[in-house]
Write a protein that binds this ligand. Structure first.
Ligand code: DAH
Length: 336
């Protein structure tokens, strides 16, 4: 048989047997037989070298055509046996794999709940950067340079100052958003500002170096402590139920005068041990804060508060260790 006839015979038998393979396994057998390392195609390719020199180019071309023809039928057949052939190999009767439905983190849920309660009485959400300057975090909040809150021990400063040479830091409280809002928006103002804050703190069951606060600021004419107290009572009754009692104890914050700490009756939240639980700071906006942002404290008055979201989430959900919120353990998070 001439080499040309051999080639032609290989083409015919190859095409026929590849087409005849009835399933993926017999197609694989055909693949090994024709394309495999010891297969018929490589074998015939080797023989080209032994042909007359003048014939080699033409025979080589023919051999390549045979190879391509076999590859083409092989590919057609392969597609018919694979999933993408449109003839699915799935078993549609098998139960599906459910896509895990995510949910909001308990801290986000709590923040949203707090915001909703304030929205009902006309408060808007305000925002500010987590990387702050000392002006917004301290100076404008009547917090002098020698105040302990500004200590390197308590605050996380950044190595590089901002463009104007002001020291930058990770904000220690959301109170900076009071100033951010007051400098860009004329009173009257009613805002809540949720967000992350940072402290150089030892981490334990009730402290984290990064946690969340919601700030509130209300500025108008003739605002009184009665407005503050009424709002505090409204908020905690909405949050924890009608029976919730609150009380305000005198305290000190540089940016409010007078200042208070807010306790709520823990019994109503199902905590029996201590009767009162401390939950937030608040007070009447200090005249120096108005002066720092260019408003006349004789004309404007207001109150502000700041509360810790984790604290509230721990009470709402009965969580006893703040660190659980940050571990991202699904077993914990799925409970909310
Ligand atoms: N900034 C305070 C803190 O981080 C909380 C606070 C107290 C905010 C009194 C206020 C306020 O707006 O009036 O602990």
């Amino acid at each position: 048989m001439s080499f040309r006839d051999e080639l032609e015979k290989l083409r015919e038998s190859g095409v026929a047997s590849i087409r005849a393979s009835a399933d993926a396994a017999s197609l694989e057998e055909a693949r090994v037989k024709y394309f495999g390392r010891q297969g018929l195609l490589p074998e015939i390719m080797k023989k080209i070298g032994k042909q007359a020199a003048s014939e080699k180019p033409e025979l080589g071309r023919m051999a390549n055509e045979v190879k391509k023809a076999l590859e083409q039928v092989f590919e057609e057949r392969r597609l018919q046996f694979s999933d993408d052939a449109g003839a699915p190999s799935y078993d549609w009767s098998l139960p599906g794999r459910p896509a895990g439905l995510g949910r909001l983190h308990p801290i986000t849920q709590t923040t949203q709940r707090i915001i909703e309660i304030f929205r009902k009485i006309g408060f808007e959400v305000a925002d500010g950067p987590e990387v702050e300057t000392e002006f917004f975090c301290f100076d404008a909040l009547n917090t002098p340079a020698d105040h302990p809150a500004r200590d390197l021990q308590d605050t996380l400063y950044l190595a590089r100052p901002d463009g104007q040479g002001n020291r930058r830091l990770l904000r220690t409280h959301t109170s900076s958003v009071q100033i951010r809002t007051l400098v860009k928006q004329p009173p009257p103002i009613r805002i809540v500002a949720p967000g992350r804050v940072y402290r150089r703190d030892e981490v334990d069951a009730t402290h984290a170096a990064c946690f969340h606060q919601v700030e509130g600021l209300y500025v108008d004419r003739d605002v009184s402590v009665a407005d503050l107290k009424g709002t505090v009572e409204y908020f905690f009754q909405e949050l924890l139920g009608r029976g919730t009692r609150t009380r305000m104890r005198p305290h000190f914050f540089p940016y409010t005068e007078p200042s208070f700490e807010i306790d709520f009756s823990a019994e109503s939240a199902g905590i029996r041990k201590k009767e009162w639980l401390e939950i937030a700071g608040c007070g009447m906006v200090h005249p120096n804060v108005f002066k720092a942002v260019g408003h006349d404290p004789e004309e404007w008055s207001g109150w502000a508060f700041g509360l810790g979201v984790e604290r509230i989430a721990m009470v709402l959900y009965g969580v006893n260790d703040i660190r659980l919120f940050y571990e991202n353990d699904q077993r914990f998070l799925h409970q909310f």
